[in-house]
Design a protein around this ligand. Structure first.
Ligand code: ARG
Length: 273
């Protein structure tokens, strides 16, 4: 018997765009419709709960980005490496996520002092080989790659993010069950793109176009054989179907005002070695 996947989410009770730390937030300060955001979050939560167990961490006033639980840290086995947010506005989340993980049985392993790291926003496990892909250039420091490799005892492949709109790896790169990859090739520098394409064979790669990329299609939650995302073009939906994934669209435009979508709002808690 296989157990259900497990995720962590955080209700958007205090979600708003209160400051600007990425280009998506620029024109949206004080422009979130709270009730609409709550309804969109509820729909994602419900879709995920149909396939997985979803734990909740209590939201905190004054931390409007806390619903983006992907940024809490990175999980591998029973180890949790907490994030160290680049921007002061999110640093108050660190202790809350760390406490939740400690109380729920994870062993906390800290990165060396002085490194910025934004968790599963920038650190994504490959679903076909023992490999952790790590984005850097905007929020996480490149030096986290060797540090994570040592802490987690897994190969880490660093990827340099080259477009400010795709500032976290999970905004432009999504490893899928079975070893396929959904990605936005234009979000990486040439060397990083070449390394992605050397490691994932062409028939397993699904490159999104600029419109799907801008609709946060790569910010997808892969759960069993389904992919949950904000929106997918007909071409992308057909591409995913061809690889045998069910596509579940769940609109999250209120969260895109903050620069996040489906994947950012979840943290996978069961990541077997
Ligand atoms: N407003 C948040 C920030 O800029 C959005 C985070 C999105 N999270 C993610 N994993 N991409 O930090």
């Amino acid at each position: 018997m296989t157990s259900r996947p497990r995720f962590l989410m955080c209700p958007p009770t205090y979600f708003e765009v209160a400051y600007v730390i990425n280009p998506w937030m620029e024109h949206h300060v004080d422009n979130v419709q709270q009730a609409r955001a709550q309804a969109q979050w509820d729909a994602l939560h419900e879709a995920l709960q149909a396939r997985a167990d979803v734990a909740l961490v209590e939201p905190a006033p004054g931390l409007p980005d806390m619903p983006f639980t992907a940024n809490a840290g990175v999980v591998l086995g029973d180890t949790f490496v907490p994030s160290r947010f680049r921007h002061a506005q999110r640093q108050g989340e660190e202790a809350l996520f760390e406490r939740w993980c400690a109380e729920h049985g994870f062993a906390i392993r800290a990165l060396p002092e002085g490194l910025d790291f934004e968790g599963a926003g920038d650190a994504l496990l490959d679903r076909g080989q023992p490999l952790l892909w790590m984005g850097h250039g905007h929020r996480s420091d490149a030096a986290c790659a060797p540090a994570l490799q040592a802490l987690l005892d897994i190969e880490v492949e660093p990827l340099r993010l080259a477009d400010a709109r795709f500032y976290h790896l999970d905004t432009c790169f999504c490893p899928l069950q079975g070893g396929a990859l959904l990605y936005n090739p234009r979000a990486f520098d040439d060397d990083s793109r070449a390394r992605i394409e050397a490691r994932v064979p062409a028939h397993r790669r699904l490159a999104v176009d600029a419109d799907d990329a801008a609709a946060f299609a790569c910010n997808a939650v892969d759960v069993l054989d389904a992919v949950m995302l904000n929106r997918a073009s007909d071409a992308l939906r057909a591409g995913l179907k061809r690889l045998d994934y069910d596509v579940i669209e769940t609109p999250l435009d209120e969260f895109m005002k903050s620069g996040g979508s489906a994947k950012c709002l979840t943290l996978r808690l069961d990541e077997p070695r």
